[in-house]
Design a protein around this ligand. Structure first.
Ligand SMILES: *[C@@H]1O[C@H](CO)[C@@H](O)[C@H](O)[C@H]1NC(C)=O
Length: 339
């Protein structure tokens, strides 16, 4: 039966009215969101070059907030937050933060594993190297893909503290500028093992304060005052969380993870249980492990994205999962320097 013209007009009229109501509601929602975006801009010191850019960033911000809120409304062991990456699309975040150097398998040669005969049963139930003063405060790599340098330096700071008793904040920038061998290419990416090799050949590293971080590829400044060094490095047998546990119980360990997911971009707290892949693109530091009150085993890790990301810059990820590669691939390429 044909719909009468009057009815059709009535339906269209109603749709138009509904659309107008929806648009008005959206505008009201948007004004709250615009205010939220503006206070976020103040909080993170963000300035856009023009209104076009601001409008573009607002759209991304709004979509990210929607993602974060809908994730947090679900039932998860961890939650997300509107952090400094909230106006970056996930694609932009990956380009800015991730590290092209990781290539599972390549660059890894068989090394010894000094903790192979350690008995897992004899290990402490909880380890947190911060409580032993072996972890420097959270640093921020900024817009430079040199997580590999932060991970390697943090592992070195740990073993230097354990072997000399001194916790010294060491220079990532010295690696970014001067270590241009193997996979190491400053802000364009690198490998922790290649960083360890450079440090050994270089006779150590100088302090953070004498060679400060600039978040850019600069010219190498010759350093004559190395304050600490390492003798070697070893790779933890791959895809073996038990082996990683033996190592982490003895010293902080560099690990590579797949840090490109939106859940990683906006991680705020709790125990990350996914969803991430195993395309390794980010270097961080395992500084301990433990068991949560609900019985979930976790790794404790230090990131280099400032204190507004994660648990004041730190992260917990589920431990002892069925995938041998570990959460986000963390058991695929762990390694540590030796004193
Ligand atoms: C572990 O034990 C085996 C057998 O006793 C021995 O051959 C090996 O050298 C030990 N490894 C280390 C790192 O001490």
């Amino acid at each position: 039966m044909a719909i009468s013209k009057a009815l059709l007009l009535a339906i269209l009229g109603c749709l138009c009215l509904c659309n107008a109501v929806l648009a008005a509601r959206e505008l009201a929602d948007d004004s709250a969101m615009v205010a939220r975006h503006e206070s976020w801009m103040v909080q993170y010191g963000r300035v856009y070059k023009d209104t076009v850019e601001k409008a573009r960033r607002f759209k991304v911000f709004k979509a990210n907030v929607a993602f974060i809120e809908s994730f947090n409304a679900g039932n998860h062991k961890f939650w997300l937050g509107v952090n400094q990456f909230a106006d970056l699309s996930n694609e932009e975040f990956r380009v800015m933060k991730t590290n092209k150097g990781f290539n599972p398998g390549t660059g890894r040669v068989a090394t010894g594993f000094r903790y192979e005969n350690v008995s897992i049963d004899a290990l402490p139930a909880t380890v947190d190297w911060r409580t032993k003063g072996a972890v420097t405060p959270i640093k921020d790599q900024g817009q430079c893909g040199c997580c590999w340098a932060f991970s390697a330096v943090a592992a070195m700071e740990g073993i230097v503290k354990l072997s000399t008793g001194k916790l010294i904040s060491l220079s990532e920038q010295e690696l970014v500028d001067c270590d241009v061998h193997g996979e190491d290419q400053g802000c364009e990416g690198g490998l922790m093992d290649d960083a360890f090799k450079f440090i050994i050949k270089n006779g150590g590293l100088t302090t953070e304060s004498s060679y400060p971080y600039t978040a850019a590829d600069d010219k190498c400044k010759k350093v004559t005052n190395s304050v600490a060094t390492i003798k070697g490095y070893e790779d933890v047998p791959a895809n073996n969380e038990g082996a990683l546990m033996k190592a982490v119980a003895n010293q902080p360990v560099s690990v590579a993870v797949d840090g490109g997911d939106m859940t990683f971009q906006f991680y705020k707290g709790g125990i990350m249980t996914g969803s991430c892949g195993t395309d390794l693109d980010h270097g961080i530091l395992a500084i301990g492990y433990g068991k949560a009150s609900d019985g979930t085993n976790y790794w404790l890790l230090k990131n280099s994205w400032g204190t507004t990301w994660g648990e004041n810059g730190f992260l917990r990820m589920e431990k002892d999962i069925s995938d041998k590669r570990g959460m986000c691939g963390l058991a695929m390429e762990p390694s540590y320097p030796t004193a």
